[in-house]
Design a binder for this molecule. Structure first.
Ligand code: PMP
Length: 385
């Protein structure tokens, strides 16, 4: 197997100790060892979600399953929901809510930007009485556009409106500060294969006390993703269904590393890598897709110049240089490339990938000063060491 550098925004490069942890022998998922493991992992996830009050549940699923669980347990047919999409994954949340019969209203935001807190507040104020929203759907980090919402200001805009807030932080959590309790969110969803850098297979769902009350009165159907059932089993140190035991082992090992490094240094690493990648793109004369003030720390989306096929650049990078990056999704297909910052990647890996990108761009006919992008990235690393 030839070595390749994985720069897609999930799944990401998994560190050796985490991979080794996933190779441990199977245990009884209804026995004492798994109970200790599950309790330890759930407890250690809490500060990452920024919560003392919420319960953290592990679901054998990808992130989408976690989002479906959040929506299906909280809302049902006829519930008025305000969705605030800023890209493909925000649209997925709308699709899930509509699948469960919700009456979804959409606050539109130009892709690349974050939600405008004033527009959100105005929308909430315009929906009084019967028209009040039962729920609000937010994306923390929109992987498809490389943009990130300012959740503190959105939380301030929402405060007091009474709606239940569900947040997709699949590609955001653990890469920057997150304060579920302080921001008053009801359910926050993440997944194993992103900033936590574990193989895919686990969704983590943090549920605030207020959300449990809502679930009692919600009659929408659910079976596999019944969060109250998951809570009852979690109280026994189990999951309702057979869990991906190996991935839970991996998460436990990843949390060891996260705690050893410390959250601040982990957040700084993601932010620094994102800055270096943006600096490189800008030095090469390329446009960053996300708007100023809304840049993601986990994925950088770069517009490819008109007439240049973004997917052809990706193919060359992969085939000729072993560097794997993301492309555009939905309406951005062919227009952007996306470079992730998550996973077990060194600064040297980042510089190598950016050097390879320069060569691929040059080969594709983009005119640039070879080395100028890498130099700009190097400068970011040198200045912020
Ligand atoms: N939301 C966001 C923001 C994501 O980045 C992703 C995965 N790219 C998902 C949801 C869906 O997660 P999964 O692919 O694990 O189902």
């Amino acid at each position: 197997m030839s070595k390749s550098l994985l720069f897609i925004p999930g799944p990401v490069t998994v560190a050796e100790p985490v991979l080794t942890a996933t190779a441990q022998p199977m245990i009884d998922h209804r026995g004492p060892e798994f109970k200790a493991l599950l309790e330890r992992v759930a407890r250690r996830m809490k500060p990452i979600f920024g919560t003392e009050r919420a319960e953290v549940l592990l679901l054998g699923s990808s992130g989408t399953g976690g989002l479906e669980a959040a929506v299906a347990n909280m809302f049902g047919a006829g519930d008025r929901i305000l969705a605030c999409p800023i890209g493909v994954f925000g649209e997925r949340l709308i699709a899930i809510a509509r699948t469960f019969g919700c009456d979804v209203d959409v606050l539109e935001t130009a892709w690349g930007s974050g939600v405008d807190p004033q527009a959100l507040r105005a929308k909430l104020e315009s929906a009084a009485g019967e028209r009040r929203y039962a729920g609000i759907l937010l994306t923390h980090n929109e992987t498809s556009t490389g943009s990130q919402n300012d959740l503190a200001s959105l939380a301030a805009a929402i405060r007091g409106c009474g709606a239940y807030v569900v947040v997709d932080s699949v590609s955001g959590l653990a890469a920057s500060d997150f304060r579920m309790d302080e921001w008053g969110f009801d359910i926050v969803v993440t997944a194993s294969q992103k900033a936590l850098a574990v193989p895919p297979g686990l969704a983590m769902v943090a549920v605030a006390p207020r959300a449990w009350e809502r679930m009692d009165s919600n009659r929408a159907p659910r079976y596999y993703f019944d969060l109250k059932k998951a809570r009852d089993f979690a109280a026994l140190g189990q999951t309702p269904w057979t869990p991906p035991v190996s991935i839970v082992y991996g998460l436990d090992a990843a949390l060891d590393e996260f705690e050893r490094t410390g959250p601040r240094r982990v957040w700084e690493r993601h932010a620094r890598y994102a800055r270096a990648i943006r600096a490189c793109a800008e030095a090469l004369g390329l446009e960053i897709f996300s708007a100023e003030g809304a840049h993601s720390v986990t994925v950088v989306a770069i517009r490819v110049p008109a007439g240049i096929d973004a997917d052809a650049i990706r193919k060359r990078l992969r085939d000729d240089r072993g560097v794997v990056i993301g492309g555009g999704q939905g309406k951005l297909k062919g227009q952007i490339i996306r470079i992730g910052t998550m996973g077990d990647l060194s600064q040297t890996d980042v510089l190598g990938a950016l050097g390879a990108l320069e060569i691929a761009l040059l080969d594709a006919g983009v005119s640039l000063h070879i080395g100028s992008g890498v130099q700009a990235a190097l400068r970011v690393f040198l200045e912020t060491e």
